[in-house]
Design a binder for this molecule. Structure first.
Ligand code: GUN
Length: 294
């Protein structure tokens, strides 16, 4: 079967261009340039890359961006003080604390300290709760990016069987909420995880599979129904001597054998990844416009 590749990179580029045009119009009319701040703790390779790409995306969208760096031995008090300062800074429309944080810092405590009106990651319980009951809010970037891709490619979701692999707070849980809700996916949703006894069978019956378990090549051809839509959220760094960097990004889907079965599939890289950053830009624009909260 001929499958269609979902081009997240091109979709993200087009959306960032639209955002840039809107920002131009806002500033031309005397409005404020949106300002995103990112806090990066330590020197985790993945986090460094993500934050660097977020800063580049801000430039592409015409946003102001600020990067605040701390060493891995920063105290919880220091981080909380930084969050408090950003909460109170009227020039800052939105900010994110790049995860994961070092083990001695309570991630949830930091997230809870963020003013939910500036929580463009959509991780604060106020945003998570509002999303769960379908109220306007910041929706976390990866699930929002996936929804945008499905819409952009006119992939029908209403009434479809959607299996989500993984139950993380960042992807699996919010994705399930969104795919279930009438105003977003309107699908029949099943969430599978490392202890699901019927995982393979659930996947075989799915019209749409969203893989977010962080296990390279986990989803294989024998688990996929012909004509299914497969969205790969995995970005595990695996050693690869043929690359200059010494590693490559590997998705949760065994692409070569799964793709021929699919109607649509996302590649890794170039699928969900660029859309995640693009969604953060959407949220930052909404924060600048005070679209959800005064
Ligand atoms: N770590 C992995 N994904 C994300 C994300 O979307 N936001 C933040 N802040 N940290 C992350």
């Amino acid at each position: 079967m001929e499958y269609q590749l979902i081009d997240g990179k091109a979709t993200a580029t087009a959306i960032k261009q639209q955002i840039a045009e809107e920002v131009k119009a806002i500033t031309k009319a005397g409005g404020k340039q949106p300002h995103l701040v990112a806090i990066l703790v330590g020197h985790d390779g993945g986090s460094e890359t993500y934050v660097k790409n977020k800063v580049i995306a801000c430039e592409q969208c015409g946003f102001k961006s600020t990067l605040i760096r701390y060493e891995a031995d920063v105290t919880e008090e220091e981080l909380l003080a930084c969050v408090d300062k950003l909460n109170k800074d009227d020039d800052v429309d939105g900010f994110i604390v790049q995860l994961p944080l070092p083990k001695h810092i309570d991630e949830q405590k930091i997230i809870m300290a963020i003013d939910y009106r500036k929580d463009v990651d959509g991780f604060h319980p106020v945003n998570v709760g509002r999303m769960a009951i379908g109220l306007p809010c910041f929706i976390s970037a990866t699930p929002l990016g996936i929804l945008t891709l499905l819409q952009h490619y006119h992939i029908p979701t209403s009434g479809k069987k959607c299996v989500i692999l993984g139950r993380s707070n960042i992807v699996g849980k919010p994705m399930a909420q969104l795919m279930m809700q009438k105003q977003y996916g309107d699908a029949t949703v099943t969430v599978c995880h490392s202890h699901s006894a019927t995982l393979k069978k659930e996947c075989q019956e799915a019209d749409i599979i969203i893989a977010a378990i962080g296990r390279p090549d986990f989803l294989t051809a024998d688990m996929v129904k012909p004509g299914a839509v497969v969205i790969d959220v995995g970005t595990t760094r695996v050693p690869d001597a043929t690359r200059k960097s010494g590693y490559r990004l590997n998705g949760d889907v065994k692409f070569d054998e799964v793709a021929p079965l699919c109607s649509f599939i996302t590649p890794v890289p170039g699928g969900v990844g660029p859309m995640t950053i693009c969604s953060l830009m959407k949220n930052t624009l909404a924060a600048g416009k005070k679209e959800y909260y005064k």
